[in-house]
Structure formats: C-alpha cells, structure tokens
Ligand binder design. Structure first.
Ligand SMILES: C[S@@+](CC[C@H](N)C(=O)[O-])C[C@H]1O[C@@H](n2cnc3c(N)ncnc32)[C@H](O)[C@@H]1O
Ligand code: SF4
Ligand code: SF4
Length: 300
C-alpha cells in the first residue's frame, strides 16, 4: 500500500471512531450475477444473468466515490465473465484506480486465466482440498490451481467460505496458500445461511473449532489475512451488524453492507469476517485497530 493511501485510510478511521461517524469507506460493484459455476453454498448466481454495461458500472463507481468510498471491490457472479465490447475486468480495475480509489480488489472463482496485476488483491475462492472444493464447486480445483500458478502477478489471496462440507479442510487451504506461487494470503468467511442453504451453516461450537485451527495455522506462519481478535465475536455472532461503512451497488440499487441486507434475520447469523472486522474497528476496539494495521500493511 502506498504511504499516502495508508494515511488517508488512517485519518478516516480516526475520524469515524472519535466522532462516531458512519460515512462509507468500502464499496462493492456487482458487475454481473452471471456465473459459469453453480456452487452448492451460493444463492446469488444467475438470477438475472445480465452483464451490466461499462458506462453503467463507471457511473456506479463514480456514485460510490462521491459518497466517500476509498476501497473498491468488483464482485459477481463471476467477475472474469464481465465484458463490454473490447473492455474487460482489467479495464474496470484500471479505470477505478484512475478515478481515485485507493485500493481496488476483484473477487473471482479462478476458473479463467488470471492476468490482473493492476488489482491490489485478487480474492480467489478456494473451498478446500481437491475433494472438498470440488464437492462444492464442481470439478474445478485443478484448472484453478493451474491458473493460479500461471498468473501474471502475485496478488492472489485465497478466499474460503467455511461450511458443513469443507469445515475440516482449513489446514489444507492454509498450507496451499503458504506453498503456492503467486498466493499472498488466505482469508476466511463462515457460511452465511440464506434460506436455501441453511443446512450448510456451522454451529457455534463448530465455528469455535474452526477458529482454533486458523489460530494454530497463524502460529505455524500461514499467511492468514484475518484478525484473530475478531474470532470470539464471529463465533458468538456478537459483532454489530450491518456494516454502515460498507456499501454494495448492483444495477443502480445501493444497499448498506451487503445484498443480503434484504433477507430477514440474516444479519444475526452473518458469517462475513470483514463485517466483524470493520464494525469492531469503527467501534474503536483497540485490539482490532492494532491487528488490522499490522495485517493490512503486511498483505496489501
Ligand atoms: C458470490 S462469490 C462471487 C465471486 C466469484 N464468483 C467467486 O466465487 O469468488 C463471492 C464469494 O462469496 C462466497 N459466498 C457465496 N455464498 C456465500 C454464503 N452464503 N456465505 C458465505 N460466503 C459465501 C463465495 O464462496 C465467494 O468466495
Ligand atoms: S462461482 Fe461464485 S458466484 Fe458463481 S456460483 Fe460459485 S460462489 Fe456463486
Ligand atoms: S451483516 Fe447482514 S447485510 Fe451485512 S454481510 Fe452480513 S448478512 Fe449481509
């Protein structure tokens, strides 16, 4: 991260904590909900299958920027399916940087060739060892790992959604993150139980066991891009929700925190680590503040 970006984010954090402000800092643009996969735990793919046009996405980026967003994510659906004429995801990332976003990340399922050095982080979903990943995501593990090794940059961060199918594969993903070329880190979420995937949710006890494994892997120097001070809150779902400093925009509609804000009761069972980490940060939790400073400076 550039020093200027660091200070800008630091100033925002101090202002938010001291004056209890809720201005947005993190924004996500959904470029399409079209996807080439149909993962068992996912409720947001291929609902409309529309690929939103470049000009619309550019306007949405400007809207987020005008609202104060500094950290931008592109998400889907599958982001690497996005195109408009000869423009691809790469053009969106380059444009976002030009417009003034300080950090620009993309989330992908990794099944397409990866040439995106312009992004600060490419969050690439890997949901276990070959067996458990494929049980969730179809027969994609080998092609993903080939794409990771052949990527043109080392800005990849594995992204694992932990659920009933893969809860015993955390160690595998940590070790793969540590030992694979081009992978900088791994970041976790717990399954957030939408009404159609409730059976994949973890109990409090299972979440606690997963957090113990992640902590052990941190001790063993696995590059985990999460904050262990947030674990007790994630286990007990006792962090404040939703994240008021996070916005999502999809086809012109802005939601606070996530698209899932409209699902009744879901925030009480939220498994997204970023929500716990950001809401605790902005409440002024000192442990979280120091751990976040250390972690972000290490991996971005
Ligand atoms: C919706 S996908 C979109 C980007 C891309 N298609 C991918 O799979 O990474 C973004 C991330 O959300 C995760 N995800 C999907 N449904 C989830 C749920 N119910 N709870 C937690 N994470 C979920 C996916 O595993 C993925 O890491
Ligand atoms: S690849 Fe991503 S968007 Fe597609 S079904 Fe899987 S989790 Fe959902
Ligand atoms: S807090 Fe609610 S809106 Fe935010 S990500 Fe969690 S479930 Fe979605």
């Amino acid at each position: 991260m550039k020093l200027s970006a660091f200070w800008s984010l630091f100033r925002f954090g101090v202002k938010t904590v001291l004056f209890r402000k809720s201005d947005p800092i993190l924004g996500t643009v959904i470029v399409t909900d079209k996807c080439n996969l149909k993962c068992k735990h996912c409720s947001v793919n291929n609902i409309t299958s529309v690929i939103h046009p470049y000009e619309q996405i550019r306007r949405e980026m400007q809207t987020l920027l005008d609202m104060g967003v500094k950290i931008l994510f592109f998400c889907g659906g599958e982001t690497f399916l996005w195109k408009d004429g000869d423009k691809t995801l790469k053009d969106l990332v380059i444009e976002a940087k030009k417009m003034g976003f300080l950090i620009v990340n993309a989330v992908t399922n990794g099944t397409f060739p990866i040439d995106l050095p312009e992004a600060d982080l490419i969050l690439l979903s890997l949901d276990g060892d070959r067996e458990r990943h494929n049980a969730i995501r179809g027969d994609t593990y080998d092609i993903i790992m080939e794409n990771v090794r052949a990527a043109t940059s080392d800005n990849i961060c594995f992204y694992m959604a932990i659920n009933q199918i893969n809860k015993d594969a955390i160690r595998d993903v940590c070790v793969t993150a540590r030992d694979t070329k081009n992978v900088r880190a791994v970041s976790f979420n717990f399954h957030t139980p939408y009404p159609d995937t409730r059976e994949l949710a973890l109990s409090k006890r299972e979440k606690a066991e997963c957090c113990e494994v992640i902590k052990q892997m941190m001790k063993e120097k696995a590059p985990v891009f999460n904050l262990k001070s947030a674990f007790p809150y994630l286990i007990n779902n006792s962090f404040p929700t939703p994240c008021k400093q996070c916005l999502v925009i999809e086809n012109g509609k802005i939601s606070v925190c996530g698209r899932c804000i409209d699902v009744p009761g879901l925030c009480d069972e939220c498994g997204y680590f970023f929500v716990a980490e950001y809401t605790l940060l902005f409440k002024g939790n000192l442990k979280i503040i120091f751990e976040m400073l250390r972690t972000y400076l290490k991996y971005i």
